[in-house]
Design a protein around this ligand. Structure first.
Ligand code: ATP
Length: 377
């Protein structure tokens, strides 16, 4: 599905933004072209499929790869501007970075890992260690001050890495998949702690993640890139309610189709018709949740306005339910309870009838409306 060009073009430039950047980076045949503005205290999640350019954006912001074009300013200070041959080395940028695998100095204690940044900023040894001790206490690890990284658990190392990044009081905090290396339980606790620390951070934060839960819990605004370009951005509620690409729809767990509406009927691009609760005219998206899809062994009678024969192509666990992938005139995902699954005798290749009530569908114009574009931070 192609991006609506009006979406990236509508990037806001809030007055007093901490980060004001247009990141253009050429890497062989790949080009990142990402306008990005983040306000004080704002947390923006950068999401996208593999190879979309998230790491490239993060590395460009950190000064680990140069911009090909565009510009980068933090708190009004111009750091990168290739047209003017301006580039600022990593250590001179007012940033803190938490990498996916933390990259703590293995030979330094937890305390000295955190004190390292403040020391480089010019604090004397005593004050740097005091600040580090304060941060260790804030992340709940005061008693682990003298431990080396190899004696810390994954969750503890993550907290030390966060304290190390925040101890330099960065204007821009960069988080690269900060919870990805943790097991599910530790991840839950650490996410809650991270949320607490981000709420107290008055600089800007960019969170790179694959995980929609991290993004929804931690971010104020989502920026979604595909093939190096912004395909959708906005506040969490808007993006999750109105996905505009297949990737975003999968991310937020909705079935999404594009078609042409004429009243209550939408003709999809592959020739199938859906009946919708709302009336529309023109090019639209139609979205509905997998839980809105009912499955029947035979053609259902009665109220659902949309029914079609569908063939099971896959079955996965999804929370307490099962998510059934179905092919047929339209590709659809359906969530059903284990009890319903037992009655239906589910198996790949089996044909059932899918039904979706018109009232369960959500229809919105395919052309981006102001509500679909970037929210003011
Ligand atoms: N060192 C490099 N030299 C040339 N091209 C590169 C280099 N590193 C990455 N690329 C290309 O840049 C594009 C973007 O990669 P990037 O790692 O930024 O994506 P990503 O969104 O972080 O992906 P993932 O989620 O898989 O980490 C890809 O097409 C990749 O092949």
């Amino acid at each position: 599905m192609t991006a609506d060009p009006s979406v990236p073009g509508a990037d806001p430039r809030p007055a007093g933004a901490v980060l004001d950047a247009h990141l253009v980076v050429d890497r062989g045949t790949f080009r990142l072209d990402l306008p990005l503005t983040i306000g004080p205290g704002e947390v923006v999640a950068l999401l996208g499929p593999n190879g979309a350019g998230k790491t490239t954006a993060l590395r460009a912001l950190a000064g680990l790869i140069p911009l090909t074009d565009g510009h980068l300013s933090i708190e009004g200070r111009h750091l990168d501007d290739p047209a003017r041959r301006l580039w600022t080395p990593t250590e001179q940028r007012p940033i803190g970075v938490v990498f996916q695998d933390y990259l703590l100095f293995p030979h330094l204690t937890a305390l000295d890992n955190i004190a390292f940044g403040p020391r480089r900023q010019g604090l004397d040894r005593h004050r740097a260690r005091q600040r580090a001790a304060d941060w260790l206490a804030r992340v709940g690890l005061a008693e682990h001050a003298r431990r080396k990284p190899r004696h810390l658990s994954g969750g503890q190392a993550q907290r030390v890495a966060l304290a190390r990044a925040l101890a330099v009081e960065p204007a821009l905090l960069l988080l690269d998949e900060p919870l990805a290396a943790l097991d599910a339980r530790t991840r839950l606790d650490t996410r809650a702690q991270l949320q607490h620390h981000l709420a107290g951070h008055c600089g800007a934060t960019l969170l790179v993640t694959h995980d929609p839960i991290d993004a929804v819990v931690l971010a104020d605004r989502l920026v979604i890139i595909e093939n190096g370009q912004v395909v959708q951005e906005g506040d969490v509620a808007t993006v999750t309610a109105r996905p505009r690409t297949d990737y975003v729809a999968r991310l937020v767990g909705l079935n999404l189709y594009r078609g042409h509406a004429d009243g209550h009927r939408v003709l999809l691009t592959d020739g199938f018709h859906l009946v919708t609760g709302d009336q529309h005219a023109g090019d639209v998206f139609v979205a509905f949740a997998p839980s809105a899809v009912a499955l029947h062994p035979g053609r259902p009678d009665g109220s659902p306005r949309n029914t079609w024969p569908a063939t099971i192509t896959g079955i996965q666990r999804h929370g307490d339910n099962l998510r059934v992938q179905l092919g047929g005139p339209v590709t659809v995902a359906a969530d059903i309870t284990p009890a319903a699954a037992a009655q239906l005798n589910l198996a790949p290749g089996r044909t059932l009838w899918a039904a979706v009530k018109a009232a369960e569908t959500r229809v919105y114009p395919a052309a981006a409306a102001p509500a679909d574009v970037a929210a003011e931070p």
